[in-house]
Design a protein around this ligand. Structure first.
Ligand SMILES: NC(=O)c1ccc[n+]([C@@H]2O[C@H](COP(=O)([O-])OP(=O)(O)OC[C@H]3O[C@@H](n4cnc5c(N)ncnc54)[C@H](OP(=O)(O)O)[C@@H]3O)[C@@H](O)[C@H]2O)c1
Length: 394
């Protein structure tokens, strides 16, 4: 029997996968790929932030069952035999996959709604067949919709009378509702992370969208924010550790904010920390520029080219979440796991430095032992010897 994990090739999913593997948990993972071989390569690409190749191969041989498929296809696009095998071997589910494309109603509808419904259907079949221990859904604090200067608790987050900022928040909100209403007969846990950025233990990351937006902001001499506004950021290692602990245990609640909450830091503290570490001048805060700046970012995201366009595009999408001064109380998770998230100021400077130094790309290595220069089907440059593989295994 195994934990069925979706989204293992994603940033957070890779942390959850490596956390479960470290606990000796057998895993079934659904990976978008044309074949099992491609799926294994995509998984190696995702997990190399956490494991060296030997450890990965050992897990693959002994603890990971890879299913090449897609949430939006009928029966995940699996053969009837594979689908049966997946259902019969599933002891619990962690549904982490999602579309985070805030601008695409279609992508969010397909992955976050139809995809979640398909995972619920699998859970129902497993529950009917042999019983499911737990269904955990990775949601988001974006389900809370429009907010202003608030500290939001788990029970207050969903308020159907509020508008949503985007298709992502809207579809994740309804996905939570589907899980609650269609799985009433089994233990469910909903996890709502806030902004996940980096890892509090090391500078390396494989996720650069928000880091790029921060880099863009960190380079500006004037910021259009209120310096005392808080921003709720958490490191991926803490989020995944909390998901793994609570999913494997017996959580007291059905919903957890995985956020900095009352420990969230104000902008000025983050920019001071960055200025100190990067030996630069902290920015001047001019809150009156908030609206013109938002309009300028929108215009730049359409007009400019290159990295400015990319930074502006990302900032445009995240902008509402940067100026709403809203944080999400996480005392439930902190109390139950016994661990609080590290403050962003502890690790923001090395994270930014790593991202800039590597051109906002992770230096991936490929499948070990293949001929030099060969490109694998997952688009990973192939490593030429074992020494090329990073030996990190936290
Ligand atoms: N990142 C954040 O700041 C943040 C904050 C709050 C909540 N969350 C939640 O955390 C979860 C993971 O987010 P993330 O940041 O790790 O995102 P991510 O890196 O974009 O990963 C998304 C994962 O979902 C998979 N996926 C997407 N569409 C799929 C489909 N049709 N079929 C199968 N798999 C599919 C992706 O597979 P591919 O590799 O094939 O694309 C990938 O493994 C999501 O549920 C998100 O809502 C994230």
């Amino acid at each position: 029997m195994a934990t069925f994990l979706t989204g293992a090739t994603g940033f957070l999913g890779s942390y959850i996968a490596s956390g479960l593997l470290a606990e000796g948990e057998p895993l079934s993972v659904l990976v978008r790929a044309k074949s099992r071989e491609d799926a294994r390569r995509r998984l190696w690409k995702a997990l190399q932030l956490h494991l060296d190749f030997n450890a990965f191969e050992d897990h693959l041989a002994n603890r990971i069952e890879v299913y090449p498929g897609d949430l939006t296809e009928s029966g995940f696009g699996l053969s009837p035999d594979d689908l049966e095998r997946l259902i019969h071997s599933t002891e619990s589910v962690i549904h982490c996959a999602a579309s985070l494309n805030r601008r695409s109603e279609r992508s969010c509808m397909n992955v976050n709604l139809r995809g979640t419904l398909a995972v619920i259907r699998l859970a129902r079949a497993a529950q009917a067949g042999h019983g499911l221990r737990r269904f955990s859904q990775v949601s988001t604090v974006s389900v809370a919709g429009h907010r202003s200067h608030e500290t939001v608790s788990e029970n207050e987050a969903i308020d159907w009378s509020r508008p949503d900022y985007d298709a992502y928040g809207r579809t994740k909100k309804f996905a939570e509702t589907m899980v609650r209403e269609l799985l009433t007969d089994l233990p469910i846990t909903i996890f709502r992370p806030s902004i996940i950025l980096g890892d509090s233990r090391r500078p390396e990351t494989t996720q650069f969208d928000m880091v790029r937006a921060f880099s863009f902001l960190a380079g500006m001499p004037v910021l259009p924010f209120r310096p005392l506004d808080r921003i709720d950021i958490v490191p991926a290692d803490w989020v995944a550790d909390s998901v793994v602990r609570l999913h494997r245990g017996t959580p007291r609640h059905d919903t957890y904010h995985l956020s900095a909450g009352r420990l969230s830091e104000p902008y000025f503290r983050i920019t001071d920390a960055l200025a100190r570490a990067l030996d630069s001048r902290p920015p001047t805060y001019v809150p009156i520029l908030e609206k013109p700046f938002g309009a300028g970012v929108r215009a730049l995201s359409h007009l400019a080219g290159g990295s400015v366009k990319l930074g502006a595009k990302l900032l445009d999408v995240f902008y509402p979440y940067l100026v709403y001064d809203t944080v999400f109380d996480s005392s439930r998770a902190v109390e139950e796991t016994g661990r609080a998230p590290a403050p962003f100021t502890n690790y923001c400077a090395p994270l930014l430095e790593f991202a800039r130094r590597n051109g906002f790309k992770f230096p991936y290595v490929g499948w070990v032992g293949e001929p030099e220069g060969q490109k694998d089907p997952a688009g990973v440059a192939v490593a030429t010897d074992v020494g090329a593989t990073r030996g990190t295994s936290p």
